[in-house]
Design a protein around this ligand. Structure first.
Ligand SMILES: C[S@@+](CC[C@H](N)C(=O)[O-])C[C@H]1O[C@@H](n2cnc3c(N)ncnc32)[C@H](O)[C@@H]1O
Length: 242
């Protein structure tokens, strides 16, 4: 477990400087973040927690949509440093607070947030239920949780050929837009990332239906899935506390 966490931190430390020019430039990622913001119905004054905020691509979209406050947490100091730099340049210091924190052990008060959002991050956690139970507790009673993820079930044995075929079918939808939208470097990074998905090297993706089941088990009353029109391998889970 610890070994995989170190692997993930190293991975994002090495990726951080190219992140916005690679994944940040791919259309499915932009569409995914836009769908999250659209479905959040975020309002002025809301307190938002962005789990795995990275370089701030999702948080900044929330801040553009409403006069809200964003708390960003991430386990990579290098990703956070890039977001911090953007905050300084955009003069958003009074709207954003960033914390180096593991999504598996979120330290916030009960009912501290109106909305909790997380894009392509929570699949890094092995114990998803425990983290989502914490999300449930730190949301206020009408709170909303939105997960943006790849719809890919990577559970099973590495030697299972059907598993490999199932994963490759989904990864194709990641690799082709990567090459088209952001070029060879982005493709190469996503290809490398794909191997980590296949071998569960710090990446434990599950399907959106599986995410939805975990949200229900954590206590969320209403849970819905919306997929991206152009890229059905990606989508969001919208979980309401009441
Ligand atoms: C693919 S990036 C997504 C960043 C941002 N949400 C976006 O959509 O651009 C995943 C982020 O999750 C962070 N991360 C991975 N495992 C984490 C963990 N256990 N706790 C907190 N952050 C984590 C990484 O450092 C990285 O910044």
């Amino acid at each position: 477990m610890k070994k995989n966490k170190t692997l993930t931190r190293d991975w994002f430390r090495r990726w951080s400087k190219e992140y916005d020019q690679t994944l940040g430039k791919i259309s499915f990622h932009r569409d995914l973040l836009d769908l999250m913001v659209k479905n959040s119905n975020v309002k002025d004054g809301y307190n938002i927690l962005d789990i795995g905020c990275g370089t701030g691509l999702l948080s900044l979209k929330f801040l553009q949509k409403a006069n809200c406050f964003v708390t960003g947490v991430d386990s990579s100091g290098e990703m956070i440093a890039i977001f911090q730099d953007k905050i300084r340049k955009l003069n958003l210091g009074d709207k954003v607070s960033l914390h180096l924190m593991d999504a598996a052990s979120l330290k916030f008060k009960k009912e501290a947030f109106d909305q909790v959002v997380s894009s392509v991050t929570l699949h890094h956690l092995k114990d998803k239920l425990s983290a989502i139970k914490t999300v449930f507790n730190i949301l206020n009673k009408n709170g909303l949780f939105i997960i943006g993820e790849i719809d890919m079930d990577t559970t099973g044995k590495f030697t299972d050929i059907r598993r490999l075929k199932r994963i490759l079918k989904v990864l194709e939808q990641e690799w082709i837009p990567a090459l088209k939208d952001a070029g060879v470097e982005a493709f190469s990074k996503m290809f490398e990332n794909g191997k980590k998905h296949i071998l569960n090297q710090g990446e434990y993706c599950i399907s959106l239906a599986q995410w939805s089941g975990i949200c229900r088990r954590a206590g969320f009353k209403s849970v819905a899935i919306k997929k991206l029109g152009r890229y059905p391998a990606f989508g969001i889970v919208i979980a309401k506390k009441s």
